[in-house]
Design a protein around this ligand. Sequence first.
Ligand SMILES: Cc1cc2nc3c(=O)[nH]c(=O)nc-3n(C[C@H](O)[C@H](O)[C@H](O)COP(=O)(O)OP(=O)(O)OC[C@H]3O[C@@H](n4cnc5c(N)ncnc54)[C@H](O)[C@@H]3O)c2cc1C
Length: 274
Amino acid sequence: MDNPAIVTILRAMKMDSDIVIVGGGLNGPALALALAQRGFSVTVVDALPRPERGDAAFDGRSYALAMASVRLLRAIGIWDGIKDRTQPMLEIKVSDGRAGAGPLTPFSLHFDHAELEEGPMGHMCEDRVLRPAFLDAMDEVAGITTISGDAVIAQDVDAAGATLTLASGKVLRTRLIVGSDGRNSGTAQRAGIRRTGWQYGQTALVCAVTHEKPHHGIAHQFFMPPGPLAILPLPGNMSSIVWSESDATAAAFAALSDADFMGRATPPLWRFSG
Ligand SMILES: Cc1cc2nc3c(=O)[nH]c(=O)nc-3n(C[C@H](O)[C@H](O)[C@H](O)COP(=O)(O)OP(=O)(O)OC[C@H]3O[C@@H](n4cnc5c(N)ncnc54)[C@H](O)[C@@H]3O)c2cc1C
């Protein structure tokens, strides 16, 4: 924008906030809280209505929070509120093989938290615990404004800042736009940021199971030819399963009833070393 008169007008326009974050999933709120701590005013816009974003129903999604993520959550004031609902990962066992055949080689990897100074190797946390914690934390911070149920549909960057237009017709003026609107980020597309991607021909099936015996905080990774299988400990006698298969096999398993799915998903289909 070369016209000095227009630049002067743009500079004089009132900013709604220093930074507008498009997308209030996980990364958006984490950044918003960190920026607000540093004194920036932040607006977080999410297309989904608030009740849907804080939904406590379990969709099977869980996160393995590495220690760096735990340190981040602690720094932005989230950790103390959720730590009792996370499961420390005390050991990780990695092996490979074929479904039903067990390990193909005698070799495996074993990581033990006892060898680390900082404690557990990470913590497992359900999505339904983490997302509402972010929403509640943002509500409590004065420098953060949240807008739910309204999608950003246009953005325009000029010499003095940026303007965003929402589906409702609302217009936001800001110094900086941050796109954290997921893997099909419209913010990135509108900014002309291209990405490279390719298909692996694999689909990950994600679910959680309850079991009779305790998991002792042990995470298993089992590498099979069609893809890896992870069994990750959740609080109580529950585990999160992330099971990667070829697209066709995964689609067939996903169509099974819960009982039939569990029939396929339980030993002796998988046998681990160690
Ligand atoms: C079914 C499923 C299972 C998963 N399981 C796991 C797992 O077990 N472990 C793991 O580590 N990861 C898992 N993931 C991945 C994990 O959820 C993502 O990596 C993570 O959510 C990315 O966070 P994000 O903040 O970048 O984006 P997201 O969490 O995707 O948030 C993006 C947000 O942007 C909003 N948005 C989009 N467009 C607009 C717009 N135009 N205007 C305003 N808002 C907009 C969306 O409503 C959404 O809330 C899973 C994902 C899925 C879908």
